[in-house]
Design a protein around this ligand. Structure first.
Ligand code: FAD
Ligand code: EPU
Length: 338
């Protein structure tokens, strides 16, 4: 296995940030990963696993080994009359997995079309879009335990999935390398078109009896119209989570701003749209030197070219403070800050 020294990480993060890793190597299976973890050349170094680099911000060089996950595989491991259990290697591109399920008529992932990144990172923050989250079709995953090299099976409850949350983002961080994920998909899909503009987009296309492919195409069209393509404009999607606050906080904001975007989030809690808060705090379209806030979606921070990770991190701190001062609401970063 090749180990590259002093490697450039710019091609490996969608923000397009220039940073170096002391060492960089790729693995395609658990044996290669074990070999790398035991390699004398990498001994004592911090290690980080990277998938598509679409949810990281490098604010410094990485003083250790960056291990690129390229574990392949898409296999049906079980099926019955109603469901199919599909096991995906952690290095499979997420959108390729979704396209595979749509092509086979297996329902469950179509609303999450076009989310960047790889399968192995998807449980990390329980990815979600258009009313669906990874946890809804998740069955089981296998991960390598870094300290003893054993492969551990995690069932749904073990993963402690929440909104952009999981065990792997908290206590399990840096302790496990996810190797594969098995999804339980439906052979008789019930389409979820109630969220956002999906129904509107289908109507615009004159579709009255949508298929899985139609829903996937609609989601792709909506996402492409709203979110910047990282190949054109560096970004990592939503930079912050949508904050969940007591209903009284939302009521206080609504008293001054009847148009506030807020959704019920269970037991007296309300989820506020962070994009709305950031826009109202005056940041939408903000631009300074090579970085800024996207002109169409204030939740997305962008690298116009030449920004450092520190520039973008500092901008995010200014936004956090400003939203706190304006609305008394604390935002939390969604992106993994390195
Ligand atoms: P990376 O950025 O490579 O890694 C993210 C984190 O996971 C890092 O801490 C890394 O160390 C860790 N990690 C990666 N692989 C493994 C592994 N195998 N085992 C253990 N840890 C690992 N997210 C959503 O949820 N919904 C969206 O709608 C959405 N839209 C986006 C739109 C755009 C334009 C962009 C750029 C991003 C968007 N994201 C969205 C965020 C991102 O796509 C997801 O978080 C995705 O799952 C990240 O995958 P990745 O492979 O790029 O992870
Ligand atoms: N809004 C504004 N101004 C803005 C942006 C949004 O007022 O600049 C308002 C919109 O008008 C809308 C509300 O905020 O009323 C929600 O906006 P949108 O539908 O664009 O979704 P979001 O809450 O900003 C979330 C996810 C996205 C996911 C979409 C679709 C989070 C942090 N983000 O964005 O995920 O694709 O919903 O389901 O939950 C990501 O995680 O990286 C990501 C892109």
């Amino acid at each position: 296995m090749d180990i590259l020294r002093d490697a450039d990480l710019k091609p490996f993060n969608t923000f397009g940030i220039t940073a170096k890793a002391e060492a960089l190597a790729r693995f395609r299976d658990v044996d290669q990963l074990r070999t790398l973890l035991a390699a004398p050349e990498l001994a004592g170094m911090p290690r980080m696993i990277l998938g598509g680099g679409s949810n990281v911000l490098f604010t410094r060089d990485w003083p250790g080994a960056m291990l690129l996950n390229e574990v392949p595989g898409l296999d049906v491991v079980r099926e019955d009359d109603d469901h199919v259990w599909l096991k995906a290697g952690a290095g499979v591109v997420w959108h390729d997995l979704v396209m595979h399920t749509v092509a086979h008529g297996w329902g469950g992932l179509e609303n999450m079309s076009l989310i960047p990144g790889k399968v192995g990172a998807a449980p990390m923050q329980n990815i979600g879009a258009y009313g669906v989250e990874l946890k809804d079709t998740f069955d089981v995953l296998e991960a390598l335990k870094v300290d003893d090299g054993t492969v551990v099976t995690f069932r749904k409850d073990d993963c402690r999935f929440g909104y952009r949350e999981s065990y792997f983002k908290r206590e399990g961080r840096d302790r496990f390398v996810i190797l594969n994920v098995t999804f339980c998909l439906s052979k008789h899909p019930v389409l979820n078109t109630s969220y956002g503009n999906i129904a509107q987009e289908l109507a615009k296309r004159g579709i009255t009896a949508p298929t899985l492919r139609d829903v996937s195409d609609a989601v792709i069209a909506i996402r492409s119209s709203k979110l910047p393509d990282p190949r054109v404009l560096g970004n990592a999607g939503s930079f912050f989570k949508n904050p969940v606050v007591p209903a009284a906080v939302a009521d206080r904001i609504r008293a001054h701003h009847p148009d506030v975007s807020a959704y019920p989030a269970g037991e007296g809690q309300v989820k506020l749209a962070a994009g709305w808060l950031i826009e109202k705090a005056g940041w939408k379209g903000f631009r300074e030197d090579g970085y800024g806030v996207h002109k169409d979606q204030a939740l997305v921070l962008v690298n116009h070219g030449g920004a450092t990770g520190r520039n973008i991190f500092d901008l995010s701190t200014r936004i956090l403070r400003s939203v706190h001062e304006r609305f008394g609401v604390d935002l939390e970063r969604e992106v993994n800050i390195i």
